[in-house]
Design a protein around this ligand. Structure first.
Ligand code: MG
Length: 371
């Protein structure tokens, strides 16, 4: 029987939900959180939102949905190996990108700029806003009414100014304590997933080449292993064999390093894992190797001129829409015209759009040929 470590988040030490809710009969509270997330509207929209490549650029590139599933799969494996709460790790992973705007970071940067002076826009906080407020599925409360630990895991980073407005969820940023180990794992799983799938998608798109990647230590040493084991292997199989080895080595390193940190610190309960330095970590060697990979992707993929053209266009779509709605909020769908902070409602509306919906909406608003 699978046993949770005493410092894992559990139904016994959980800080519970904001609104009282009957306990589920055949699932744990965290399984219920996971199920609520999967049934949400924001979750389904992930399928049509950009990770790096705009959704319609090709059928084989990652979308936010497939990225999210990869993160969940990696996080669950690590949580289980460390006797932590796998259901919680899964719930956090599935929710971690719900607040992303259309067009990935380009969309977020544009929306943040539009919201400057009005609280800005940050996808982490938007994910929380979705699960706490914006989803309309339950009769008794707004949002999904998730457990504290799931919500805590969603807010990966946060400015001090925003933390002060988050109540108990903001405390850890002010007091500089750590989130649960399960939440820490999800952050690393996110990083492992995107670095590796961006290499894969980057190669598939032709924007980066195998030759370029051979300059990156992590890639070079594993592709050399593959070539030694399978002389003459090339093409997609070489790429996939290399990437799966890299993911495996990162996951194993993280499990071992974290297990070592836990053995040294010996936290006796959940509260003790929150103090001091984060226990979930890579070894120094792999942390540096990951950084090198990130630098490579930043320089050669995210800053590639073709990607920049896409991000610049995406930014324009978002800011055009925002300005049009600010200049005349009557053009918004009625449910977004409610009294209150109008610019925040506009940000909610735009952030909720999928890539293709935003493109279509932009065409409807600005193309004279189409009314
Ligand atoms: Mg992510």
């Amino acid at each position: 029987m699978f046993e949770l470590a005493p410092y894992a988040v559990s139904m016994v030490n959980s800080r519970g939900r904001r609104h009282a809710d009957k306990s589920p009969s055949h699932r744990s509270e965290f399984q219920r959180d996971r199920d609520r997330i999967v049934h949400s509207t924001a979750f389904r929209r992930l399928e049509y939102k950009t990770q790096v490549f705009v959704n319609h650029e090709g059928d084989l590139f990652r979308t936010r949905l497939t990225h999210t599933l990869e993160v969940a799969q990696i996080a669950r494996g690590i949580a289980r190996a460390l006797h932590l709460n796998e259901d919680l790790a899964e719930a956090i992973s599935l929710a971690h990108d719900l607040g992303h705007t259309p067009f990935g970071h380009a969309g977020q940067d544009a929306l943040n700029e539009c919201m400057r002076g009005q609280g800005g826009f940050e996808h982490n906080l938007q994910s929380l806003r979705i699960v706490d407020l914006l989803e309309e599925r339950y009769a008794a409360f707004d949002g999904l009414n998730l457990c504290f630990e799931t919500r805590e895991g969603i807010v990966k980073h946060c400015s001090l100014e925003n933390a002060r407005q988050l109540g108990e969820l903001g405390e850890r940023f002010i007091n500089r304590t750590q989130p649960s180990l399960e939440a820490q794992i999800c952050n690393f799983a996110d990083e492992i997933a995107y670095n590796n799938h961006d290499v894969d998608d980057g190669l598939r798109s032709g924007l980066i080449s195998l030759e370029q990647l051979e300059e990156v230590t992590l890639f070079a040493c594993h592709s050399a292993d593959v070539r030694a084991a399978y002389p003459g292997l090339g093409g997609r199989r070489l790429v996939h064999e290399t990437i799966r080895r890299i993911i495996n080595v990162l996951v194993c390193d993280m499990i071992e390093t974290t297990a070592g940190n836990i053995a040294r610190q010996r936290p006796k309960d959940l509260a003790e894992t929150r103090l001091g330095r984060p226990l979930v970590a890579f070894s120094d060697e792999l942390r540096e190797a990951q950084r090198e990979m990130k630098r490579f992707l930043h320089k050669n993929l995210y800053q590639h001129f073709q990607v920049l053209r896409m991000t610049s266009k995406a930014g324009r779509i978002v800011s055009d829409l925002f300005s049009a709605f600010v200049s005349d909020p009557r053009m918004l769908p009625p449910q977004y015209q409610e009294a209150g902070d109008q610019s925040r409602r506009i940000a909610d509306y735009i952030a909720g759009m999928t890539d293709r919906y935003a493109i279509k909406e932009h065409r409807r608003m600005f193309s004279v040929g189409e009314i």
